[in-house]
Design a protein around this ligand. Structure first.
Ligand code: SIN
Ligand code: MN
Length: 202
């Protein structure tokens, strides 16, 4: 399917073949053996409904001290596993061939997990794009504008889709309202994995 764009939000539906999706899920689940999924705490002390881990030199973390990038897994204290080459290749193809990503956040959505409306703003250069890869169950994604009260629209992200936040959308609010449980059989045990590739540092 051809890409579609809404003011810098670019969606490449079905960018990954079913085989490529399976290989990626296997690689991510193997990495999660070393860097296990955990339930992050918001700065307000509430556990997030998604489980997270990261790949690459830096991982996005949250706890009572706030949001930041860290070079170690907060539970194991070990460095994050490397990003698979296939992810670096996807970034070079869809996001920026000149400047590679240094972080891949892995979000695991199961059951009622969701992601509240937020902007991605912990990166040093908010000009660098953010690339999302959807695997498993379809997400009901919400895309808004730079202001928290700006109008929003709903976009479905299905397994194998790649989306980008670029241009004006790089500062747009976005979130995941819910997951359509059982819409995919890709992930053992069900659910959705979202990979967010970013350039956290300059
Ligand atoms: C996020 O914005 O942190 C995650 C988006 C998604 O799960 O698609
Ligand atoms: Mn985000």
């Amino acid at each position: 399917m051809p890409p579609m764009e809404i003011d810098g939000f670019i969606l490449h539906p079905g960018a990954l073949t079913p085989d490529a999706q399976s290989i990626l899920v296997e690689a991510v689940l193997a990495a999660a053996e070393i860097a296990p999924f955990y339930a992050p705490l918001t700065p307000w002390g509430k556990p997030m409904s998604v489980q997270q881990t990261s790949l690459g030199p830096l991982g996005w973390v949250t706890d009572k001290s706030g949001y930041r990038y860290a070079d170690r897994h907060p539970v194991t204290g070990r460095p994050w596993p490397p990003m698979p080459q296939s992810l670096l290749d996807l970034w070079a193809r869809y996001a920026d061939p000149e400047r590679p990503p240094d972080s891949c956040l892995v979000n695991l959505y199961r059951g009622e997990a969701r992601m509240g409306l937020h902007t991605d703003s912990d990166e040093a250069d908010l000009g660098a794009p953010v690339l999302g890869i959807s695997l498993g169950d379809t997400a009901v994604f919400r895309l808004g504008g730079p202001g928290r009260k700006d109008p929003t629209r709903s976009v479905r992200l299905a397994s194998g889709d790649i989306n980008l936040l670029t241009g004006a959308a790089r500062r747009a609010h976005h979130g995941v309202d819910r997951i359509l449980a059982g819409s995919s059989r890709l992930i053992p045990g069900g659910g959705r994995i979202n990979l967010t590739l970013r350039r956290a540092r300059r």
